[in-house]
Design a protein around this ligand. Structure first.
Ligand SMILES: CC(C)(COP(=O)(O)OP(=O)(O)OC[C@H]1O[C@@H](n2cnc3c(N)ncnc32)[C@H](O)[C@@H]1OP(=O)(O)O)[C@@H](O)C(=O)NCCC(=O)NCCS
Length: 151
């Protein structure tokens, strides 16, 4: 007899047993991919928003959110959600996909995306201000703003 899953209950158990993957097109041009109606996992993909002032001739999409239920991980669900998102993006005419991923050693995002063929293109550097002591460098706080330098 088949296993019944109620909306409030446990997610389905793995990529092989997740009977339903569903893609929902959103009004804003993005898309959501659901595994097990969203209980096992979900992904959100849409056009990449470039930082102010930057333009690109390449059509870039961006994975904005990806999550797989803790009890379903390492069974291929995340990979399947991404593959479906890539197929959607290709069909929509996108040429490349970007994703911002945490590099913390206790987070799986980097090894996960690298296993799917993504490579690192940029790195965000981070510093806790309580970790550094000393006076501010010359010019800091003097109203010198990057925007004023640009022509
Ligand atoms: C990242 C995440 C979506 C992966 O989902 P998943 O269903 O477990 O991934 P898959 O089973 O498809 O894994 C595919 C491959 O990625 C790699 N991978 C996945 N999780 C990993 C981990 N914790 N450590 C090392 N490699 C990992 C492996 O190579 C894996 O293949 P394998 O299981 O045959 O070794 C899931 O761990 C998650 O939801 N994490 C919390 C939210 C998050 O970090 N989201 C990404 C932010 S953009």
């Amino acid at each position: 007899m088949g296993r019944e899953v109620n909306a409030s209950e446990e997610p389905e158990g793995g990529a092989a047993s997740v009977s339903s993957y569903r893609l929902q097109q959103q009004d804003d041009g993005s898309a959501v991919v659901l595994a097990g109606e969203g209980r096992s996992g979900r992904l959100h993909i849409g056009p990449r928003e470039l930082p102010y002032g930057q333009t690109s001739t390449i059509r870039y999409a961006e994975i904005r959110e990806l999550w797989v239920h803790e009890s379903c991980r390492r069974r291929g669900i995340g990979g399947e959600l991404v593959r479906r998102a890539l197929a959607w993006a290709r069909a929509e005419g996108y040429e490349r996909i970007a994703v911002e991923a945490s590099a913390r050693p206790d987070r799986p995002a980097l090894p996960f995306y690298e296993a799917l063929g993504f490579t690192r293109r940029s790195v965000v550097l981070d510093l806790g201000l309580s970790d550094v002591s000393g006076a501010p460098v010359d010019g800091a706080g003097s109203g010198d703003q990057a925007g004023e330098e640009r022509s």
